[in-house]
Design a protein around this ligand. Sequence first.
Ligand SMILES: NC(=O)c1ccc[n+]([C@@H]2O[C@H](COP(=O)([O-])OP(=O)(O)OC[C@H]3O[C@@H](n4cnc5c(N)ncnc54)[C@H](OP(=O)(O)O)[C@@H]3O)[C@@H](O)[C@H]2O)c1
Length: 307
Amino acid sequence: MLSDIVKRFHPLPAKSKIVILGGGFSGQHIASVLRSLGNEVLCSRRNKTSKGADFIFDSNQTSSTQWEEIFDGTTHLLSCIPPLDNGKDPVLSQLKAYLSGLNLKWAGYLSTTGVYGDSKGNWVNENDLPNPKQKRSIRRLTCEKEWTQSGLPIQILRLPGIYGPGRSAIDNLIKGKPKMIDKPDQVFSRIHIDDIAGAILFLMDLAKDGTRPEIINIADNLPTSNIEVLTFASQILGTSLPKVEQFETASKAMNAMALSFWQENRRVSNNLLCKELGYSLIHPNYKSGLQDCFRQLQISKENLYYN
Ligand SMILES: NC(=O)c1ccc[n+]([C@@H]2O[C@H](COP(=O)([O-])OP(=O)(O)OC[C@H]3O[C@@H](n4cnc5c(N)ncnc54)[C@H](OP(=O)(O)O)[C@@H]3O)[C@@H](O)[C@H]2O)c1
């Protein structure tokens, strides 16, 4: 919850200005946290009618935007935009020369733990060589390299499945479309958006004192099966669950994207972030994270009722 993070962190130094490219699910939340701490933040979206669009950035459109006005005085930059279909990074393709001229203190790139490929359920950490097999993960690794070679003070933040209020097993149950798929030994790692925001604030602060590992996993402590997560969500909501389907049967009806997630099995280690650097997770596991999603749902229902 926003207030949990705000209590734990200080604002960035006075006169800091953060530009977030790609104010989608994670980007909006990170922007809200930074603003609640009193920082100046600007967030891009592709459409000016989208929520929280402080300015428009769409790498597929030519733009008449005066970038000087947007970026003037920017000290921190975060890109939450996925790779283009051709494997290029949308931000660097359009703005690299411009960004290089800024006096950035920190730059972050939200990447994915998909770059590790399939570890057959073993733990993966930042020292493991990437071994992406899915096309989208191969593109992602290319973008990571573009960022690390950009000359900017970059940190690559590798994320597993992102969830939070409005996008979680609770929402899947409410929408009535959860699938209880049993694939023995299969686990997924995940991260709550509070901890993406919390870890970013923590890392920006460390970078101030010169500690800035180039690649960091941001994951919770407990990779688990989707069945366990859905079962806990149904207990919180007091709803029933559909019957369990075996993966062999369920996979026949999956589209290629869904299937690709089940073809890889890895446990993402957060040792570097949490043990070596000392970040303390707000939601160490899916139970704490889902309870937060449920609390937020209750609050938004109450607001609907009273407004
Ligand atoms: N979802 C996951 O479980 C997961 C897991 C690991 C990593 N990631 C990666 O982490 C990042 C953040 O994830 P998220 O779930 O918060 O993403 P999201 O909600 O889909 O937001 C992506 C943002 O990128 C913008 N965008 C996409 N293509 C663009 C382009 N060509 N030019 C300009 N802007 C563009 C979108 O613009 P609009 O706001 O206009 O839509 C949106 O603001 C993404 O790179 C995602 O691939 C996601």
